[in-house]
Design a protein around this ligand. Sequence first.
Ligand SMILES: Nc1nc2c(ncn2[C@@H]2O[C@H](COP(=O)(O)OP(=O)(O)OP(=O)(O)O)[C@@H](O)[C@H]2O)c(=O)[nH]1
Ligand SMILES: [Zn+2]
Length: 189
Amino acid sequence: MTKPLDDLAGHFEAIIDGLGEDTRREGLQDTPRRAAKAMQFLTQGYQQDLNDLVNNAVFESSMDEMVVVQDIELYSMCEHHMLPFIGKCHIAYLPQGRVLGLSKFARIVDMYARRLQIQENLTRQIAEAVESVTNAKGVAVVIEAQHMCMMMRGVEKQNSRMKTSMMLGQFRKSQATRTEFLNLIGGNR
Ligand SMILES: Nc1nc2c(ncn2[C@@H]2O[C@H](COP(=O)(O)OP(=O)(O)OP(=O)(O)O)[C@@H](O)[C@H]2O)c(=O)[nH]1
Ligand SMILES: [Zn+2]
């Protein structure tokens, strides 16, 4: 359950105060409320339900070859520092009798990305969600992302990227299937 906006705004006011800033100065007067709204948006995935989101957009189809949806932008928040990590998600599946509406892959990515996350768990959750709504023979998810907690602070590495993959079903069993997927999304990833 989300807390009322006023509660969250109150906590942001305390943070601003804790930083030694003057919460009453003009530029900051509306900031606690704005920041609370922004944070609610960035974590709205907690309020969403997979079945509602897919909204029956699962269609019968005799297509049984690999389907790939590539370069889905991803904005998430690391659960350790509550700083963004930003990247791309690639999803593939092997349908057996039904296919999923194209936009729903992006909706599934957003639903899990808009929570406090680590990239590994996010990758697994997306793969398992696609598997459960499509009943596919296999699902593969690759995420490549840059973490602000690595860039703006801490080790301050500007060019490192984290890549994670989750292979289910046929993608896990068959090297050939995995290789086909990795070739389709671009060999140098
Ligand atoms: N595996 C994984 N680690 C993450 C992710 N996001 C952030 N981290 C790491 O979580 C770790 C938290 O380590 P701590 O030592 O408790 O925190 P810290 O002192 O702020 O760590 P530094 O970033 O090294 O300064 C760090 O190594 C982060 O780089 C993620 O998505 N996956
Ligand atoms: Zn972090």
